[in-house]
Design a binder for this molecule. Sequence first.
Ligand code: IPM
Ligand code: MG
Length: 361
Amino acid sequence: MSARILLLPGDGIGPEVSAEARKLLEALARDHGLEVTLDEGLIGGAAVDAAGTPLPAETLDRAKAADAVLLGAVGGPQYESLPRERRPERGLLGIRSALGLFANLRPAVLYPQLAAASTLRPEVVAGLDILIVRELTGGLYFGTPRGIRTLENGEREGVNTLVYRESEIERIARVAFDAARRRRRRLCSVDKANVLEVSELWREVVERVHVDYPDVALTHMYVDNAAMQLVRAPKQFDVLVTTNLFGDILSDEAAMLTGSIGMLPSASLDARGRGLYEPIHGSAPDIAGQNRANPLATLLSVAMLLRYSLNREDLARRVEEAVGHVLDRGLRTADIAAPGEPVCGTSEMGDAVVSALSEAA
Ligand code: IPM
Ligand code: MG
């Protein structure tokens, strides 16, 4: 049966990198036995422009009908003055929530060819392979009450609520323990239990789930220390599990260890493994439309999609190996080029990965 993939290119560099993902999927269909139907929809600012809302009902219906969704990026300076509920980011948060995509997997892997592109010394990052498991549909991002209200004395007050239920903590912990089991069997849970009651509960529930995973070594770390340890000695980590906001922050930090945020894919999964895949970089409006963006994070997101939603580990590996070949050959977009190194464009990089598919696996 043919898998249905919905492409949501979005804003900024989103359309350019999504075009490379389409090329890759079409090549896999043509030459490597992938049975797939591609559909395309609107999200973010592009949807605001065309339909007046960042997440049109039609997009959500099509996402629900699809086997997997591949998203480019959302957001741009032209939308920053819109009311909050019509901002592009609302489209992204809305689709994560509506599809129940509570488990966000963000691998930070350093390709050895790029060790020099990291701002950290090569010996600190060489061989880096971390997985951040970020809770994605709860916590401060979604807790209520929220808003800005005016007090009796006329002063305004902003409110957001950090709230997690035991069931929400338990299900993300299970995803993280399962992932650790398939890796080096070490899980570090990141919280702020020295200050926050929510974190106290988080720790307790993670400990309880640990009983079912005695083969995984569990540690806990405060988020401020984790931020420091990530730049001090990142290779101490295997899998990290944390809340929505902490995960947002730590995953950008971890991304930079690998040289460029332009390299990192992500998967956001529901309870049955259906998912939305996206590069973790944003819409980068400053370089949009110039054929300068690095498409590799998106192509590696396609690999995650093949692995988790389509059960095609063989093709996922093929894509990842093709990316390795292209880096071996010295192809570099601007974000991963060492000073003075020649630079290639978005579409050249995408074409090179497609041609390397046949050498891979
Ligand atoms: C991310 C992004 C989003 C988030 C924004 C665009 C809403 O930073 O996916 O990490 O905060 O989750
Ligand atoms: Mg972020």
